[in-house]
Design a protein around this ligand. Structure first.
Ligand code: AMP
Length: 220
């Protein structure tokens, strides 16, 4: 057994990234975030990054073929277990994932679907701040840094992601409804979907529920 194979589904701002990091350490599997992969490509400044950044800054989905190519590479080079965060986001990506996993010879074990009211999502996204240096995430009200604008962990500068600006937030939530939400039924029909209330609960409480679901796969 090379570890659990999970995908996290849910609208932007629902907390997938935070939970994925917790699952990563408890299940000892790599955290594969297509958002992080794309941001890394953007920071390197090559053609792929330049093309992707236009979509990302506007809050739109990056074209399927680009994202599928990046994800395939990472899944192929990692071990047998992983937690996917932010992929798949379209039915075409879900079908591509099946092909990638068939090539790798492993199944997707479970899809965790996080649900929260839209007002909660907007509040979380608009108040989110990220460290430019270490990537740590804060929130102006819910998780404020000790000193405004400065990362507690490394002293780096905190900034508001371009796609966390109000206009882009609207576009991202619309893209989720139109292109991603259909995957809930897609995975329910396959019998591997578990839904989790991510509205008001803090991540530790949510993680307890996830830990119960993932019990057979936890390392400790
Ligand atoms: P995230 O950090 O997951 O919120 O992703 C940030 C942005 O990266 C998204 O708003 C999209 O522009 C892009 N992105 C990340 N994952 C995908 C994906 N699976 N398909 C298309 N675009 C993606």
């Amino acid at each position: 057994m090379g570890g659990v194979r999970l995908a996290l589904l849910g609208a932007p701002g629902v907390g997938k990234g935070t939970l994925a990091k917790m699952i990563k350490s408890e299940c000892n599997v790599p955290h594969l975030s297509t958002g992080d992969m794309l941001r890394e490509a953007v920071s390197k400044g090559g053609k792929l990054g330049k093309d992707a950044s236009e979509y990302m800054n506007a809050g739109k989905l990056v074209p399927d073929n680009v994202v599928i190519g990046i994800l395939r590479e990472k899944v192929m080079e990692c071990g047998e277990g992983f937690v996917l965060d932010g992929f798949p986001r379209t039915e075409r990506q879900a079908e591509a994932l099946e092909g990638i996993l068939a090539d790798k010879g492993v199944p997707l074990d479970m899809v965790l679907n996080f649900e929260a009211p839209v007002e909660v999502l907007i509040g979380r996204l608009s108040g989110r701040r990220q460290c430019r240096d270490c990537g740590a995430i804060y929130h102006v009200k819910n998780i404020p840094p000790k000193k405004s604008g400065v990362c507690d962990a490394c002293g780096g500068e905190l900034y508001r992601r371009k796609d966390d600006r109000d206009e882009a937030i609207k576009v991202r939530l619309k893209a989720y409804e139109e292109e991603t939400a259909g995957l809930i039924d897609y995975y329910r029909d396959k019998g591997i979907l578990e839904s989790i209330d991510a509205g008001q609960q803090d991540p530790d409480v949510m993680f307890k529920r996830i830990a119960a679901i993932l019990k057979p796969y936890l390392v400790n």
